[in-house]
Design a protein around this ligand. Structure first.
Ligand code: CP
Length: 306
């Protein structure tokens, strides 16, 4: 039984296979429209989501399968005190595969320990978001043409941003990667990630507090929202929420072929005037999320021919 809990659960070869399959799906979607006939995905979302939940559901429907699930803890028996372990034991007899989002770090791993179907981590607290990482890698590969030899700037809430943590874990496995970590002091990446992932893999990096000065160096600027839901007090959130706002003036400092990515949702860290810039690819990125989740479902369900 294969689960996807951390981006490191997939070898680089497996990652490349999923990205290649996603590209084949983009080329010829009809070819895959019945490959999951009779299969069901359960989307168990204990935290809000638009893209991840609906793209998983769209992915399974595109493959000819069906969906069931819940979109908040309040509308499930978690509100009556049911454990994740008990829930997944039951869901294992209702569905063939499940995607779980949970505010507690490690909850999808607990589910995997008790599950008899593949469990996909759809975001656990401030920890990991491996399917966003697959989406991000597909976006970079398709729009940049490579996954190596890149200077990647991560900007915003690097402390709580699980999409940043997952993507850093994945990118350190490729050649000639540099990181520029742009955040206020209070929202720097966690020490474990800096020491055990970036430094142990000998990835060149710098930490800065001003976006303008590093814009000309970047091949990719990965913007993130300040994660209001992870703050312990409102005052800190209000003080930090507008630390970085990407606008047209800042974009003038960037390379002609730099990509602006964002996992979305955005609040106001990217001015809407940037949307029309051809380098702004965050809506395309969200679209790629469907294809890469189609490929992942096929791989985990071991659909013939994938
Ligand atoms: N990128 C992402 O995880 O978006 P949602 O929170 O809308 O799922």
């Amino acid at each position: 039984m294969k689960h996807l809990i951390s981006p490191l659960d997939l070898s680089v070869t497996e990652l490349d296979e999923i990205l290649t399959l996603a590209e084949e799906i983009i080329e010829e979607p009809k070819k895959y429209s019945n490959v999951c006939n009779g299969k069901k995905i359960a989307t168990l979302f204990y935290e809000p989501s638009t893209r991840t939940r609906l793209s998983f559901e769209a992915a399974m429907l595109n493959l000819g399968g069906s969906v069931l699930g819940f979109s908040s803890a309040d509308s499930s028996s978690a509100s009556k005190g049911e454990s994740v372990a008990d829930t997944i034991r039951v869901i294992s007899s209702y569905a063939d595969i499940c995607a779980m989002r949970h505010p507690k770090e490690g909850a999808p791993q607990v589910a995997a320990n008790y599950s008899s179907i593949p469990v996909i981590n759809a975001g656990d607290g401030g920890h990991n978001h491996p399917t966003q990482t697959l989406t991000d890698l597909l976006t970079i590969k398709n729009l940049k043409g490579r996954l190596d030899t890149l200077t990647v700037g991560f900007c915003g809430d690097l402390k709580f941003g699980r999409t940043v943590h997952s993507l850093i874990n994945a990118l350190v496995r490729y050649e000639n990667i540099n990181f520029v970590l742009i955040s206020p002091e209070e929202l720097k990446i966690p020490d474990y990630l800096r020491k055990e992932v970036i430094e142990e893999n000998h990835i060149p990096y710098k930490e800065v507090k001003v976006l303008d000065q590093v814009m000309p160096e970047l091949d990719i600027l990965y913007m993130t929202r300040v994660q209001k839901e992870r703050f312990f007090n409102e005052e800190d959130y209000i003080r930090l929420k507008d630390s970085f706002i990407l606008d047209g003036k800042k974009m003038e400092l960037a390379k002609e072929d730099m990509l602006v990515m964002h996992p979305l949702p955005r609040v106001n860290e990217i001015a809407t005037e940037v949307d029309k810039d051809k380098r702004a690819v965050y809506f395309k990125q969200a679209e790629y999320g469907v294809y890469v989740r189609m490929a992942l479902i096929m791989k985990l369900l071991e659909v013939a021919g994938c």
